[in-house]
Design a binder for this molecule. Structure first.
Ligand code: RP5
Length: 182
């Protein structure tokens, strides 16, 4: 068991699939191009057995889809929303403005400004409308999924057990000695 997500994009068929018709976590992204980042959150949710769904929801290109998603999230049973976007990354903040379901924002690494634009767009929310902002890119996607699992863990013993095991495996995978690079 390698707790670290592989650096390359794994084929969909090999990714643990958390898809569920009764999802607790929603993974949404502003564009298809964000999936290469958000897939790392998806993989972690699958590994930990957290029921989830994934959608493309653009704040700018599909605003009504955003409104519908955010305003029905709680009644549909979502307990956490992971929202990733890049550039003028308004998706996490706008979703958070319309629901009290916790929103974890993942700044996608943009081509032009390396994700600094995404980070600042997501992190600088006005007081009263919180978005839990993660790191730019893959690390942020991984940590968003781990945080979502940690939020759910107190009420889902199987997720609690899986999360503890994942963290222990990660620790055990770190060699005390540095290896010579080939
Ligand atoms: C944002 O614009 C998306 O979240 C994406 O990161 C960025 C670029 O989108 P595409 O032009 O690749 O569709 O809305």
């Amino acid at each position: 068991f390698d707790p670290l997500v592989s650096s390359g994009l794994p084929p969909m068929t090999e990714m643990p699939d958390p898809s569920s018709d009764r999802p607790l976590v929603g993974v949404i992204m502003g564009s298809q191009s964000d999936w290469t980042t958000l897939c790392h959150a998806w993989e972690i949710l699958g590994t930990l057995g957290v029921p989830a769904e994934r959608r493309i929801v653009s704040a700018h290109r599909t605003p009504q889809r955003l409104v519908d998603y955010a305003t029905t999230a709680r009644e549909r049973g979502l307990r956490v929303i992971i929202a990733g976007a890049g550039g003028a990354a308004h998706l996490p903040g706008m979703v958070a403005a319309m629901t009290t379901v916790p929103v974890l924002g993942v700044p996608v690494q943009s081509k032009t400004l390396s994700g600094l634009d995404s980070l600042l767009s997501i992190v600088q929310m006005p007081g009263g409308v919180p978005v839990g902002t993660l790191a730019i890119g893959k690390a942020g996607a991984i940590n968003a999924a781990l945080l979502a699992a940690a939020i759910l863990a107190p009420s889902l013993p199987e997720v609690d057990t899986a999360l503890i095991a994942w963290r222990e495996a990660q620790t055990n995978a770190v060699s005390p000695l540095p290896l010579d690079e080939a």
